[in-house]
Design a binder for this molecule. Structure first.
Ligand code: ZN
Length: 138
């Protein structure tokens, strides 16, 4: 069995943003030389997510609206967590959107359903954050 590990780094200028990282993940898969197995992608920070969905800008605006209804950023004082920080909403948004995705690798490619793409969701940006890619298989 082969194993591959790589960290991707993102520095997002806005507090919140969704980035399609499918191309970078495909590059990792090519580098790994693995053609059958499993691929894991996870955010290495508790205020960011990795998730799979459609690359459609209207949907991304809908995510933003929906998440702001569930866990509005402001006022910062509404959250117990925000004693020394202002990112309680980002922790909650990350919990809803998830930590990681696992994708099957078949014949050297990500075995996606229709329209599936991998996204990095940033909820407390303006600093460097890491995403782990781990691939196992043969
Ligand atoms: Zn925090």
């Amino acid at each position: 069995m082969k194993s591959f590990r790589k960290e991707l780094v993102f520095e997002v200028k806005e507090r919140r943003e969704y980035i399609n990282i499918t191309r970078q993940v495909n590059q990792c898969l090519a580098e790994s030389g693995i053609t059958e197995g499993l691929l894991l992608v996870n955010a290495m920070h508790i205020t960011a997510s990795v998730f799979i969905n459609d690359d459609e800008s209207g949907l991304h605006r809908d995510f933003e609206t929906w998440l702001e209804k569930l866990a509005p950023e402001k006022p910062h004082s509404q959250y117990h967590h925000n004693g020394y920080e202002d990112n309680a909403d980002a922790h909650l948004k990350r919990s809803i959107m998830g930590r990681e995705v696992v994708v099957a690798i078949t014949n050297g490619a990500l075995d996606f359903g229709p329209w599936e793409q991998i996204f990095y969701g940033e909820f407390d940006g303006k600093r460097k954050k890491r995403v782990l890619v781990k691939i196992i298989g043969e």
